[in-house]
Design a protein around this ligand. Structure first.
Ligand code: ARG
Length: 456
């Protein structure tokens, strides 16, 4: 096929180059944005009298018809037309003839692709944020069900202090809130309309850029045509926010995998959300959680790939930039699978509350409370820490728990001990931590309310 840019060429493009150069196989995803952008551009050209009004109308109708055909699956794209932009223009020419040639007035594929990609990323930010929001809602509802479920809290994967399961689950709500903030922040910088930058230096035609921005729902227009055609910071920011989100999902997935082991037994996965082994009949594997964890690698990879593509690029547009699409498409697909499936996984999981609370019995995770008890009786914290530590050592050597110790034994450690009832269990320990951000039941309720207020 004759190239739209073929004027100065004396030969057909080699078939190998056509295949190598083409992006239509993946950028056809942008068709809707490309057509919307072209419609806005054509309307503006007609309105400003840059092309005849009737031609603009013909172009708009032609583009609308193409959009209908593509969504009805009636269109096959052509590799020799290289990318989505030239494919759409070719289809337009087939439909309305030479008038199609007026559409590209005062426009380059360089500002066109920047526009399409910004529109795409804006939509995907909304999609990803609603998926995150839905996951957060699920977490808050689980937290409400498990306000009173006691489990060991860990540091270094060792029993540290008892916590309500709600507190553990809500920790992820705050992480996910930050993820949504990061995406929304990225949205602000994506929401800038680049069309009118032309190939790189702007255009001699009196374009109404603000009209196009308004038509397409952009808040503002770009200030520098060179920046506008070569900037992909918004892609990097999106991929970076996605990587951080992926890291959060992966940490949660890892916890589910651990909780699901025979050793922990904190959760039982729903049969519909687990998979078997082709060899070992007894196996029920947490593949979903493992894949969420595993897919974090590609999210990071996509970020690094984009950063690397950009790092050596002189201004302005270079074809390297075509490599921006597959990473972002892959990241969007990955997130829009992982976030909802994690939600589904959580909502169908049984939390073994008895096993969780049994885990804090006699595990010395109230040792801090003993130190705190002594501090309230005037013992400096370091000394109190030492006393409680010696008590743990003594108990381990004598196969006892704190609650087995007699007053006499306690007095042996410190004369500040007045009775044995000060050694509360996990419940008392949780209740005692009664400041904002801590575990006491009233604080958990406050936190649930705060979390609910943040879910919009
Ligand atoms: N397919 C190209 C891309 O994705 C469109 C822009 C091409 N511009 C050019 N001057 N070759 O970046």
């Amino acid at each position: 096929m004759a190239k739209l840019w073929g004027g100065r060429f004396g030969k057909e493009t080699s078939e190998l180059v056509d295949r190598f150069n083409a992006s239509i196989e993946f950028d056809s995803r942008l068709w809707e944005y490309d057509i919307k952008g072209s419609i806005a551009h054509a309307r503006m050209l007609g309105k400003a009298g840059i092309i005849p009004k009737e031609d603009a109308d013909t172009i708009v109708r032609g583009l609308e018809g193409i959009a209908e055909d593509i969504s009805a699956g009636k269109v096959e794209f052509d590799v020799s037309a290289e990318d989505i932009h030239m494919n759409v223009e070719k289809l337009l020419r087939e439909r309305i003839g030479d008038v199609a040639g007026r559409l590209h007035t005062a426009r380059s594929r360089n500002d066109q692709v920047a526009l399409d990609l910004r529109m795409y990323v804006k939509d995907q930010i909304s999609n990803v944020n609603s998926a995150i929001l839905s996951l957060e809602r699920a977490l808050v509802s689980l937290a409400e069900q498990h306000k009173g479920t006691v489990m060991p809290g860990y540091t270094h994967m060792q029993h540290a202090q008892p916590v309500p399961l709600a507190h553990h689950l809500l920790a992820y709500v705050w992480m996910l809130n930050r993820d949504r903030e990061r995406f929304s922040d990225c949205y602000r910088r994506t929401d800038v309309m680049p069309l009118g930058s032309g190939a790189m230096a702007g255009t001699s035609f009196p374009l109404d850029r603000r009209f196009v921005a308004k038509e397409l729902g952009f808040s503002t227009i770009s200030e520098n045509s060179m920046d506008a055609v070569s900037d992909r910071d918004f892609v990097v920011e999106f991929l970076s926010a996605a990587s951080i989100l992926g890291m959060h999902l992966s940490r949660f997935a890892e916890e589910i995998i651990i909780w699901n082991t025979r050793e922990f037994g904190f959760v039982v996965l729903d049969d519909a959300m687990a998979t078997g082994s082709s060899l070992m009949p007894q196996k029920k594997n947490p593949d979903v959680a493992e894949l969420i964890r595993g897919k974090t690698g590609r999210l990071y990879g996509n970020l690094i790939s984009m950063l690397t593509t950009l790092k050596g690029l002189p201004l302005t547009y270079n074809k390297d930039l075509q490599e921006d699409k597959e990473p972002i498409f892959d990241t969007v697909d990955t997130l829009l699978m992982c976030v909802p499936i994690l939600e589904q996984l959580l909502l169908t999981t049984t939390f073994c509350t008895d096993t969780m609370s049994a885990g804090v019995k006699g595990d010395f995770s109230n040792a801090t409370d003993i130190a705190d008890y002594l501090v309230r009786r005037g013992v400096p914290f370091r000394a109190a820490h030492g006393i409680a530590g010696r008590m743990v050592q003594y108990c381990e050597e004598n196969k006892k728990t704190f609650s087995d110790l007699s007053l006499e034994e306690l007095k042996g450690f410190s004369d500040k001990f007045e009775n044995t009832s000060m050694v509360g269990g996990a419940k008392e320990s949780i209740e005692a931590r009664d400041i904002p951000g801590s575990t006491a039941p009233g604080r958990i309720l406050e936190q649930i309310e705060a979390a609910k207020r943040s879910l919009y």
